[in-house]
Design a protein around this ligand. Sequence first.
Ligand code: ADP
Length: 454
Amino acid sequence: MSIQQRISLLFTALAAGILLVFMLIVYFSANQNRKSEFYNILQKEALTKVNLLLNVKLDANTLQTIYRKNREVLYEVEVAIYNQNKELLYHDAVDIDFVKETPEMLAEIREQKMIRFVQDQWQVIGQLIEVDNEPYYVTAAAFDAYGYRNLENLRNTMLVSFFFGLAIIYLIGRYFSQKTMDPITDMVNEAQKISASNLDLRLHIPKRNDELGVLAETFNQMLERLEKSFDAQKQFVSHISHELRTPLSVIIAELELSQNKKRSKEEYKETVISVLADAKKLAKLSSTLLDFAKASYDRSEVNFKQFRVDELLLDASQELQLLNQSFKVDLDFEGDFEEEEITVFGNSYLLTIAFKNLIENACKYSSNHTCRCSISTSGNQVQVAFKDEGIGIYPEELEEIFNPFFRGKNKNIFEGTGIGLALVKRIVNLHDAEVTVQSKPGKGSTFIISIPRI
Ligand code: ADP
């Protein structure tokens, strides 16, 4: 069932419930009024007959004839009068005698002066009336046909208006819910046209400043983000293929050259060395890309553990120095901290890669090939600094160095892939940490990673 139908039905059911409660209240209070009005009529009728019989001294036969005549056209009140000895003085119609005045009933009338009850839909009153200081027991009974007919009319009118009203309420509800849902239907139609190939399409934002406007705007913002990330992915893939193609083309060209022409042993050796260097570059690029993919995982997919930052930094510097003996790393923190001060929660493999990248850059981009690493704590953060006295970074490049495949102006002098800092940034984000950089061209750079402590 559509939301629109659900809203109209809910609206109608609610209105039906409210109407029904009101109708029941009206019906029962009308019935209550009818009942008490009719008791009053019975009381007056009883009094009139007592007056006619005892005060006006009208003949009982005449009264009974009036009763019988009236009864043919309307529901006449049947009255019975007893004297104080509970002997019957007058009865409108002994043969009909609807109310049986038992001694118990008369005793009750004496005690309570006035009784009222309903017998087979007939309303009955019994009362004690004094005439010339003598008490008389009088009962009067009748069926309130007129009142019941009115009540029935009222019920029928209310039922017809109820169903008629419900139909109108349902139609109005449908109209308004349709009006409310129209913009949503439009949005669905528009959203259905958006796919990976036309992510530039946007939803039309309704002019009204309501939830639907906010929804359309939020959806458009999401599309904006998706489009950007799609573009970034596309760019990334084309960068990767470019980076892979260049060394591969060099390898192929060199191998073809040595295949086509006979070479000396020395020349073959040179070719092998050059091809090996390119192959190593490729291997490094592919393992960096693999790490990049790992760092792009959701946090829940990466194994997190507690470890000491100083131990991790030591491992990273040793691993790097093993690969490149010309790199020097000064560690500036030995034994300075309590264990809990520098224990963090994270993935040690990925953080080691981030540290290694920063140390490698510091050594690579400085003539003394030295990186000074220090650890400090501030608030609930552990800060690891990587400082070099190298070529530094131009201010206009500072914004871009964390973008994948970005390489500085010196890219032709220093070897690299342009993924190192992008990888550092991803790893840092995965750890809810932060990386900042301060650099002056010709003076050197300091990269600082701030990681939350446990
Ligand atoms: P690359 O493989 O080129 O080193 P990175 O992503 O690690 O790629 O770094 C991106 C760019 O940032 C580098 O090309 C370089 O211009 C600049 N850079 C990074 N670290 C340093 C540093 N310590 N000193 C000077 N420049 C740096």
